[in-house]
Design a protein around this ligand. Sequence first.
Ligand SMILES: [Zn+2]
Length: 294
Amino acid sequence: MAAIALNRLVRAKASFYFSPISSSSSSIFRTSFSSETDPTHTTPSYENKPLLPRRDLKDRNVQWIFLGSPGVGKGTYASRLSKLLDVPHIATGDLVREELSSSGPLSQQLKEIVNQGKLVSDEIIISLLSKRLEAGDAKGESGFILDGFPRTIKQAEILEGVTDIDLVVNLKLREDVLVEKCLGRRVCSECNKNFNVACINIEAKNGIPGVYMAPLLPPAGCASKLITRSDDTEEVIKERLRIYNDMCHPVEEFYSSRGKMLEFDLPGGIPESWPKLLHALNLDEQEERRVAAA
Ligand SMILES: [Zn+2]
């Protein structure tokens, strides 16, 4: 089915930049970001009741997409949920990297694209994704969590012809917090580990919930060797956000209009956000069982 769908897809122009240097799955794409995070808009509707109907997990499809601006930790949450739900976490950036390091049918073509610093087309990305989903289906995988795809309305339309999506989780973080957090990023020049020196502690005010995010401080050995990436300036970060917002807004509308969108305002870092996200997804019990079994 995926193969048929592919044929009627895309003669799309490329919209991905592939950076061979990148090692993190989400930073592979040079496009993007948004955060509609207007502080006045934050309504934590997930506080009180779960947003998904309570159904046994075995009766439930997990064919999910995670959206969110770079910097919100989308990959981390997607990865944690994929472990909890026992479905693969599929990042299209990883698929490109895997194909590059293989002798697969597209690897030669990809190498040329990358060597020329060109964009990887939607067609190639979707082809890799279809192949991955078919392989998963054949292995009996019960679903997937897609991370960082689709990024454009065109990709969303293409994906529609390839597989059914039953939920899109859109992780949101206030823009002021996102900027502060990005400005706090540091990397150790010796061991290349990532840290974050920003300590975010915004109190709730006028009905807008507070946000708390602890810093991720380096051990003593790294502390004197921290550097800031040259593109982590306020100007660049805000521009990235603007571009992502422009591009992703139609994707959000696409899924909203189909009733598949779950907007989730992150209340802080992982310790603050994870339990609330599980609650919104109606997965509290899953987590309790997992913890009890561990
Ligand atoms: Zn270090």
